[in-house]
Ligand binder design. Sequence first.
Ligand code: CP
Ligand code: NVA
Length: 306
Amino acid sequence: MKHYLQFNDLTAAEYAYLFERAALIKKKFKAYEKHHPLVDRTLAMIFEKASTRTRVSFEAGMYQLGGSVVHLTTGDSQLGRAEPIEDSARVISRMVDLVMIRTYEQTKIERFAEHSRVPVINGLTNEFHPCQILADIFTFIEHRGSIQGKTVAWVGDGNNMANTWLQAAALLGFKVHVSTPRGYEIDEKMAIGAVGASAGSYQFFSNPRNACQGADLVTTDVWTSMGYEAENEERKEAFADWCVDAEMMSAAKPDALFMHCLPAHRGEEVEADVIDGPQSVVWDEAENRMHVQKALMEYLLLGRIA
Ligand code: CP
Ligand code: NVA
């Protein structure tokens, strides 16, 4: 049984399969062609933080695969009343076939997985957001072909998205240029410790414009992630120079793409003319969450389909 708790839980070969499978699943979806490999299978979705894309993409995706969904939040389940995570895992995983969790600490999802009888998917933790990077790389491939050997510029917080990009670069053979304000750096050991340092897969820049130099993809995220709201005001000051604007985009390759996992704050981490401009692929990126996660759920439950 496989869990998907971090990007490096799958191999490069498994990703190659998933990207191909997601393309096929997307094609079928667009053609209104039935694809029901998960009839009678149930996905439990546990949300301890807010969500729009993750909820809709997993829920719609599971129904489209012929399965069904149970939706739980901290507020309307015993999770919010201190039932141990281990007990919740034991109980929930006896009744469903697959679990997706969005929560705070990575250790929480790891403890859940340890006591689960069924595969567990990380729908975002403080440390990682693997489903999003899966969608982002699939989107890059759709627009530009293989990401191998390419350069991704990360402008902003050293957060769950940034950590996951670092893992993906080491695994799939591309480079990440990271620029974060002082005090908001990536915790390298935590991010890629498990994969091992991979020479040349990432580089740090104090100036965000320099990070964008020669990039094939420029990407950013909110200055304040969920769970860090108390730091909002001080972050606004610290991140003021980490706004992706047209000038920053002009440092990247002329055909560079812009991505943002969304939700976005125009005028903070990105200017409207960038996110709503011709280089932005954010709507494809959001839609692709569903297609890649359908491929992922199918893979975790059924393995490779020839
Ligand atoms: N990108 C993303 O995970 O969006 P939601 O928070 O809306 O799920
Ligand atoms: N880094 C953001 C991503 C939201 C999808 C957060 O954790 O809030």
